[in-house]
Design a protein around this ligand. Structure first.
Ligand SMILES: Cc1cc2nc3c(=O)[nH]c(=O)nc-3n(C[C@H](O)[C@H](O)[C@H](O)COP(=O)(O)OP(=O)(O)OC[C@H]3O[C@@H](n4cnc5c(N)ncnc54)[C@H](O)[C@@H]3O)c2cc1C
Length: 340
């Protein structure tokens, strides 16, 4: 019988440990108005699927960090939260935040992955740091699988506007694997009872930064935010113009306590704001939306899809759980009346 001598076994273990460190993800946590961004909570879920330790990184101004840190340390799946405070971090400009991230990753850190939401800020910060470290970054992933034995990580990501899914593998030769996460593909991490450890990080002051923040203009609404809403009423080109879009959709959204969304065609035609595109909530109502592949890529993971379209052959009916072939200008007011 073939037997492995104990000495040989310990050498095998020593070697596999040396080549396959256990995953340790650093998640860049974004925040706004004292709350963690829900997209960052989805990134955290993706990071925990790597199967190892998860550390969060919060950078912010002195008046921002305490309340965010208080919430972050209660998030399930976070082992440690690093936090760095400086007035320079009040808005996460890539040229200012990237050096902090670089510092965290330098000097033999144990991090194997760097993760963030696929947000406008993180899309600028992560590739910048990855390039400095001479490693690639994978963006907008919808699934992640880490193979501990080969120390490789495999990702899925939509390409060609969602018409195809590519599978990308980051092999063991890439010491730190960077990726951004499509938030609709992962549920947001929730709060728990345990508290993560916290650690202060000295800020990296950037003198004479090449860019500066001038202003932020946010669209204000009393309806739930599209990114976190569980119900969405979404309108397409059929809504004709901004006035009919609002007059038809808003009463239904209010009756359901839902957020309002829009197809690209409705946004491009100026009926709706750009911020109203692409979501995957629990209830998605597609009103006068054809169901183009690019639209489906954003919303097809919704739990319950309801479609109203006057064309019985509209592709949206192929993904809809409930379909109504009707003129939306008749069907929607009737729904509002019944809901009230
Ligand atoms: C690179 C790229 C990326 C894109 N990304 C996105 C994206 O992220 N999101 C997105 O939405 N689109 C995206 N698009 C655009 C997409 O291809 C479609 O053009 C768009 O989704 C169509 O919007 P729509 O369904 O509102 O309009 P249309 O396709 O014109 O459909 C209108 C629908 O309304 C129905 N209708 C008309 N009148 C009524 C009525 N009175 N009652 C009921 N039904 C009625 C019609 O039967 C039709 O099915 C992208 C395109 C490209 C090229």
């Amino acid at each position: 019988m073939f037997r492995i001598r104990p000495a040989t076994l310990s050498k095998v273990f020593a070697r596999s440990y040396a080549t396959s460190p256990s995953p340790h993800a650093l998640v860049f946590l974004e925040h706004c108005d004292g709350e963690l961004e829900s997209a960052s909570l989805s990134a955290l879920t993706a990071a925990s699927r790597l199967g190892g330790k998860v550390t969060g990184l919060i950078a912010g101004a002195p008046d921002q960090v305490p309340s965010v840190l208080d919430k972050a340390k209660r998030i399930k799946g976070l082992d440690t939260v690093l936090h760095s405070v400086s007035p320079q971090y009040s808005t996460p400009l890539p040229e200012i935040v990237a050096p902090l991230l670089e510092k965290v990753l330098s000097g033999g850190s144990s991090f194997t992955h760097v993760v963030s939401a696929h947000s406008s800020s993180a899309k600028s910060i992560l590739p910048r740091v990855a390039a400095k470290l001479d490693v690639p970054a994978v963006s907008d992933i919808t699934s992640v699988d880490h193979d501990a034995s080969s120390n490789s990580t495999t990702f899925s990501r939509p390409i060609y506007a969602g018409n195809a899914i590519s599978t990308v593998r980051a092999p063991s030769s890439i010491p730190i694997k960077f990726f951004t996460v499509r938030s609709t593909a992962f549920p947001a991490a929730v709060s728990g009872e345990a508290e993560a450890e916290t650690e202060v990080l000295e800020p990296v002051e950037v003198s004479d930064p090449p860019s500066s923040h001038i202003s932020t203009s946010l669209s204000k609404s009393d309806r739930p935010d599209l990114g976190v809403a569980t119900r969405v009423v979404s309108g397409g080109r059929a809504l004709k113009n901004a006035e009919t879009f609002q007059a038809t959709l808003y009463p239904l959204a209010d009756a359901l306590g839902a957020a309002v969304g829009a197809s690209r065609a409705a946004v491009d035609a100026g009926y709706a704001d750009n911020s109203l595109q692409v979501v995957a909530p629990e209830l998605y109502m597609a009103l006068g939306i054809s169901g183009a592949i690019q639209h489906l890529a954003g919303m097809k993971d919704s739990k319950l899809i309801v479609a109203v379209n006057k064309d019985p052959d509209a592709p949206i009916f192929q993904v809809a759980d409930v379909g109504l072939v009707a003129d939306l200008f008749e069907a929607v007011p009737e729904m509002v009346k019944k809901l009230k």
